[in-house]
Ligand binder design. Structure first.
Ligand SMILES: C[S@@+](CC[C@H](N)C(=O)[O-])C[C@H]1O[C@@H](n2cnc3c(N)ncnc32)[C@H](O)[C@@H]1O
Length: 255
């Protein structure tokens, strides 16, 4: 029985792919698109494109913003194990809801995660897991404070915060600058957001912008520090000319 006693302002909802997510009354938003599905969205919008674009790297450092139910982190490990990939992965994931993380050992995940239950339990109990191939660190606290303190250089960013409308401070030009500061020349960022203001904030920090078409899910965005082949490139200079009033989110508007 799922035990989420510390922050009861959430309820479990079943997504169309059969996986469970939560609805946050605090942010007035589900943790995942219930139509695309928690597991499906994680795999299609984040894990698959990230591992495919960086398929030649033998180790990856991933920034998973934010941990929530941990689907993106756990789906990464599930996918790597399923296809017997040798990639070593270090995941850093900010999350300020410590009670949620502590409750995850009793959350009803899809059967795909059965073989990694020991990892889910360890993360839930210790905010941490490590074996020869995987290292997971949940950074408890406000992402705006923990991200600038990260010392590692990041290969992949899963930007999966609540929507810009409901959690704008995790989508500002200044937050993207903190992310760009720990990025490499070939870092990529995956996100469900396709909003012009969000793409502009990423572009203003050196990311090039691409449209991504996941399987059986709404189109999404991939931002990359270097030009990517085989993806639909968006010319942001042209976008700015066509839409001169478009503006990235700024901290000052929300602090
Ligand atoms: C949409 S959910 C993330 C879903 C998650 N990626 C998953 O796969 O389950 C957003 C998460 O961000 C957390 N959050 C919101 N603002 C935050 C902040 N400033 N710092 C750290 N965590 C934050 C919320 O507590 C919530 O768990």
């Amino acid at each position: 029985m799922y035990n989420q006693t510390l922050r009861p302002e959430k309820e479990v909802i079943l997504c169309e792919d059969g996986s469970n997510t939560l609805f946050s009354k605090e942010f007035n938003e589900p943790y995942h698109s219930t139509k695309d599905g928690a597991l499906h969205e994680s795999l299609e919008k984040h894990v698959k494109p990230a591992l495919s674009i960086h398929k030649n790297k033998c180790s990856l450092t991933i920034l998973d913003i934010c941990f929530g139910l941990g689907y993106n982190t756990f789906a990464t490990i599930y996918y790597i194990k399923k296809y017997n990939l040798k990639t070593k992965v270090h995941i850093l994931s900010p999350e300020f809801d410590e009670g949620l993380v502590a409750s995850l050992s009793t959350f009803e995940y899809p059967s795909e995660f059965d073989s990694i239950k020991h990892i889910i339990k360890a993360v839930s109990e210790n905010n941490h897991y490590k074996d020869e191939q995987f290292k997971i660190e949940v950074l408890i606290g406000d992402a705006r404070k923990t991200v600038p303190q990260i010392k590692d250089s990041i290969d992949v960013i899963y930007q999966d915060a609540f929507s810009p409308a409901h959690n704008p401070l995790l989508w500002t030009k200044e937050f993207f600058s903190d992310i760009a500061n720990i990025s490499k020349p070939d870092t990529i960022l995956t996100t469900y957001s396709t909003a012009a203001a969000i793409r502009l904030g990423l572009y203003e920090n050196g990311f090039l912008i691409f449209v991504y078409y996941p399987e059986m899910a709404r189109y999404s965005t991939i931002a990359s520090m270097k030009m990517l082949e085989n993806l639909e490139y968006i010319d942001m200079e042209l976008k700015k000319v066509r839409n001169p009033t478009a503006q990235s989110f700024r901290d000052n508007d929300y602090l």
